[in-house]
Design a protein around this ligand. Structure first.
Ligand code: ADP
Length: 248
């Protein structure tokens, strides 16, 4: 459950690839329970920033803290994942031959080699959590169907549901609405908005209409640093932001 105050801090973070500064003195604070959108032109450093948070990429300098106790730069990628930081990549990767229910069940298993297909072996707690997540991702009626037959949007929601099974404290979501229909986008906005408050959610997204529909606070990245931060109305009328988007 959420406390108050920041859950994630990046302070003066920089990383170079072959002498090119992909992240350049980046400072970012995400509050517990917040829903934040990160936007910015191609090459702004959005993916690299997510990679730094999850420990996939090591910065050259700066610090990254999760809450006040966990120095992420001293932890390995798997250790960071156990803190409750879940990442959803752009392409859905659900198990197509398994049912929706089984996908969620598998996501709950701490040891992925143990797959308790027999419902009798499943704890009441796991079953209750699956029911709760099915409700959240609007797939209750689909629980027994093969994941392979779901629409693209439903697969994205199922994958978010798989991350929710572990009760994450911070969800990082990469371009959730790419390829979605208008109606699926509305459903996704509802879903992400409903998650905020229960955990923090950071969404990287290109679709400005979508960002406007969900975000309370938007961070604009440019050349590896924060160019502007605030409401969508404030950042989209900021001359610095207008200039970098016109230049795309
Ligand atoms: P965004 O996600 O905002 O489009 P990225 O974080 O993918 O931006 O990339 C930021 C910059 O860093 C880009 O110029 C990209 O080419 C460069 N970059 C990212 N990862 C690597 C890498 N592993 N090796 C070399 N250059 C990289």
């Amino acid at each position: 459950d959420v406390t108050h105050g920041p859950i994630l801090y990046l302070e003066d973070v920089s990383v170079s690839f072959d002498g090119f500064k992909a992240i350049n003195d980046l400072n970012l604070t995400i509050d517990d329970g917040e829903l934040r959108c990160i936007i910015g032109p191609n090459g702004a450093g959005k993916t690299t920033m997510m990679d730094i948070i999850t420990g996939k990429t090591r910065p050259d300098s700066g610090s990254v803290w999760f809450g006040s106790r966990h120095d992420l730069l001293r932890m390995s990628e798997p250790e960071i994942a156990t803190l409750g930081i879940g990442r959803k990549f752009q392409k859905p990767t659900v198990f197509e031959a398994l049912s929706v229910f089984e996908n969620l069940e598998l996501a709950m298993a701490t040891d992925k080699r143990i797959f308790p297909t027999l419902a009798a072996r499943m704890s009441g707690e796991t079953r209750a959590r699956i029911e709760e997540v099915l409700e959240t991702i609007h797939l209750k009626e689909w629980h027994a169907r093969e994941a392979g037959i779901l629409s693209h949007g439903q697969k994205q929601w199922l994958e978010i549901g798989m991350l929710l099974m572990q009760k994450p404290r911070l969800l990082l979501v990469d371009e959730p609405v790419a390829g979605m229909t208008e109606q699926e986008m509305e459903r996704t906005a509802e879903l992400l908005t409903s998650l905020a408050g229960r955990q923090s959610v950071v969404v990287v997204e290109h679709d400005m209409g979508f960002v406007r529909s969900i975000a309370r606070k938007v961070t604009v990245l440019h050349q590896g640093a924060v160019l502007a931060e605030g409401s969508m109305d404030a950042v989209s009328s900021d001359p610095k932001v207008v200039e970098v988007y016109l230049g795309e």
